[in-house]
Design a protein around this ligand. Structure first.
Ligand SMILES: [Zn+2]
Length: 311
């Protein structure tokens, strides 16, 4: 069955790129509403920004949604991952600025806030997207693939020059609360030179190494109290992929494989999936399919409470 929140939940923070304070309020919504942002700082015109793949403006650094009137919301991927991972299908997201608050750079605050309020069942089946044939896209040595599967599996491979990252691979079935248990607290990351380039271009102004991003500088790692997982970077890429895939407009049954992929390529993949005849079909989930959705089986006690030093 489709879910929404039992009650509104508010997140206060700063935008990673703008550095400006922002308040975001998730509000319950009815079945079939889907996930939609609403810019409450803009008084006139169309302020609704639906969280859908065809509203994505492809940029390398984050996932940015833009409506037909040019009203935008940036850095939506971590809240989208939290909603998908908790099994929330309908919510109105009021936001008083152009960028989702970065919190600690992961989805953990969002997951805890959502699960504290709890889910309300709406008595209407979930509409999901079932992959029927493989679709692959490539760009600049990166590839993203979706294969048919009766569940959502995310497989990711990264290969970074920074010695402290190097080559990392991980595959996870997004069932039985695995998102909250294994991915939701992994933080965004970059290299020290990326930070300098971004800040010279007026970006990442709200970034605080170790507080809301892990920064790799050769053998040095600025990670606050330490990495939360030895392979925190690849886990974060999987978190991003879940958020970006959920812009399909509902849960996806497929096996996603990302090889050095990013936000832009995952969106290109969704565009290719929907443009390829017979590649995907929309299905109304029966009880067995619903049981395989991300968010089913999520246990409060398994949600990470704090940064854990592992290395
Ligand atoms: Zn991210």
């Amino acid at each position: 069955m489709q879910n929404t929140l039992k009650a509104s939940v508010t997140f206060d923070g700063v935008g990673l790129h703008s550095g400006k304070p922002v308040r975001m309020i998730l509000k319950p919504a009815s079945a079939g509403h889907g996930i939609c942002f609403r810019r409450t700082d803009i008084a006139l015109g169309n302020t609704m920004v639906p969280a859908l793949w065809d509203r994505v403006e492809r940029t390398p650094l984050c996932t940015r949604l833009v409506n037909a009137s040019g009203v935008a919301v940036s850095t939506v991927e971590h809240i989208m991952a939290a909603l998908a991972g908790c099994g929330i299908h309908n919510v109105m997201i009021d936001i008083d600025g152009p960028e989702v608050p970065i919190m600690d750079g992961s989805s953990a605050h969002f997951v805890r806030g959502i699960m504290q309020k709890g889910l309300r069942r709406l008595g209407v089946p979930v509409m999901a997207y079932q992959m029927l044939k493989p679709v692959t896209v490539s760009q600049d040595g990166a590839t993203a693939t979706l294969l048919p599967s009766n569940r959502l599996t995310i497989e990711f491979h990264i290969d970074f020059a920074e010695a402290a990252i190097g080559r990392q691979s991980k595959t996870l079935d997004l069932r039985n609360g695995s998102f909250a248990r294994e991915l939701c607290d992994s933080r965004t990351f970059c290299s020290r030179s990326d930070v300098e380039t971004m800040q010279a271009n007026g970006l990442a102004l709200g970034g605080v190494p170790g507080e809301n991003a892990v920064v790799f500088d050769g053998p040095q790692v600025e990670s606050g109290t330490g990495l939360r997982h030895r392979d925190e970077p690849v886990r974060h890429k999987m978190l991003d992929a879940l958020g970006d895939l959920s812009l399909a407009g509902g849960p996806v049954f497929g096996h996603y494989i990302g090889e050095r992929a990013g936000h832009s390529l995952t969106n290109t993949l969704l565009r290719a999936v929907f443009a390829t005849p017979g590649a995907v079909r929309q299905v109304s989930c029966d009880a067995a399919m619903t049981a395989r959705l991300p968010g089913q089986g999520l246990v409060w006690a398994e949600i990470p409470t704090d940064a854990r030093r592992v290395a």
